[in-house]
Design a protein around this ligand. Structure first.
Ligand SMILES: [Fe+2]
Length: 142
């Protein structure tokens, strides 16, 4: 069965980012499943909308963290987000127009993008977040 399998090498060490990624993987798999089981454009459109909406939220959270720590690589990282969202929105438009999805190509593309992005861009961001935290004063206990 076509599915994105979570592997522990994908943990970045940031609770915020990892929690989002686990949910994102669930939504990616729901989308794959709807395509694969031939549930029709309506159902595929719904799982794709859920995926797009959550992806936007998640990218927004990562980008807010980048702003907060004035992350040096934020432009390149944000550009990856913007490009991916554009591609997925185009795919959705194609589907809405009655086009046929090349299921293996779409699932390979999304799965590879997610894994590559997490292992490169998100790992670096999580490391920068961790480093930033180590410079913050210890919380005061009352
Ligand atoms: Fe990211």
């Amino acid at each position: 069965m076509m599915q994105f399998s979570w592997t522990d090498d994908l943990y970045t060490g940031s609770t915020l980012i990892d929690g989002d990624h686990r949910k994102l993987v669930d939504l990616v798999n729901a989308f794959f499943q709807s395509m694969q089981s031939g549930q029709g454009n309506g159902r595929v459109g719904k799982t794709m909308n859920d995926l797009i909406a959550y992806t936007e939220e998640h990218f927004g959270r990562e980008e807010a963290e980048m702003e907060r720590i004035q992350y040096v690589a934020s432009l390149a990282h944000k550009a990856e987000h913007t490009k991916l969202l554009k591609q997925v929105v185009e795919l959705k438009a194609m589907l809405d127009a009655g086009g046929r999805i090349n299921i293996p190509a779409v699932s390979d593309f999304l799965g590879e993008w997610l894994r590559d992005h997490i292992l490169a861009a998100d790992m670096k961001l999580a490391a920068a977040l961790k480093q930033q935290r180590s410079f913050e004063p210890a919380p005061q206990l009352h």
